[in-house]
Design a protein around this ligand. Structure first.
Ligand code: ADP
Ligand code: MG
Length: 231
């Protein structure tokens, strides 16, 4: 299998939701890196991909029609090569039972880890216009509702201020002896989303990375999930 790196020119992308691999390739094109991963058709491909990656992997359903993969049993984290054939069969069965559409394939990715998990989003407010959203992501996100929004255009100082006004700023700075996170890379990611919105103009309807894994200083950020909708 081939790693997911290439993307057709944005102008050649069709309207509608992109699948996770296409969305991450789009975000990568504008400078937000993603976890290493492969698109495969079946269990055999998944095994080959896991061998390439080495170590434990993540198995996900690949479908532009499934926005919340976990809800339909479409995400398994921490699998070995040996686990994959049964995990693929099991996932297809769970998708069928959930009434989900027939998937385009599977994504097999490296198991990543984060110091802090964030959400990075783009949406169009019907009254106010295009905006970028940044917040605390992951399982704790709904609990704390720690997000901030800026209407575009924004510059580096705005993106830095967005990070600074989150309660999560303390976590990112290294809370209670935890190592400080790569805030520069996080700010770069916010600016990459702003640039993407500017470049794609009205074609970009919506975009979200949840979670965006933030590493320690110097480790950068990684898009672990991705969803873009084009018009
Ligand atoms: P969903 O469509 O349900 O949002 P995600 O792709 O966000 O699916 O995966 C669900 C969760 O699984 C993530 O929030 C993250 O905690 C974990 N996860 C997904 N991919 C990886 C990965 N490559 N490494 C580690 N954890 C992952
Ligand atoms: Mg997600």
């Amino acid at each position: 299998p081939e790693p997911v790196t290439a993307l057709p020119a944005p102008a050649d992308l069709p309207a509608g939701p992109l699948n996770e691999a296409e969305s991450k390739a789009l975000f990568g094109h504008f400078g937000v890196p993603a976890t290493r991963e492969y698109v495969v058709a079946d269990a055999e491909g998944a095994v080959a991909a896991a061998r390439q990656l080495g170590g434990k992997v993540v198995l996900k359903v690949l479908s532009r029609h499934i926005a919340h993969k976990s809800d339909v049993g479409g995400v398994r984290v921490g699998l070995t090569v040996e686990d994959l054939p049964a995990a693929c069969a099991d996932m297809l069965e769970r998708l069928r039972q959930a009434g989900a559409p027939v998937p385009e394939g599977f994504l097999v990715g490296e198991l990543a880890r984060a110091e802090v998990e964030m959400i990075l989003g783009f949406h169009r407010d019907p009254q106010l216009g295009p905006a970028v959203l940044l917040g605390l992501g992951g399982v704790t996100a709904e609990l704390f509702e720690d997000t901030t929004l800026r209407l575009l255009p924004i510059g580096r100082a705005d993106a830095e201020a967005m990070v600074g006004e989150l309660r999560a700023a303390k976590l990112l700075a290294g809370y209670r002896g935890a190592p400080p996170c790569d805030v520069t890379a996080l700010v770069d990611a916010v600016l990459a989303f702003a640039r993407m919105a500017e470049t794609l103009g009205g074609r970009l309807v919506e975009a979200e990375i949840n979670p965006l894994f933030v590493g320690r200083t110097g480790e950068g950020v990684r898009a672990v999930d991705g969803l873009a909708v084009l018009g």
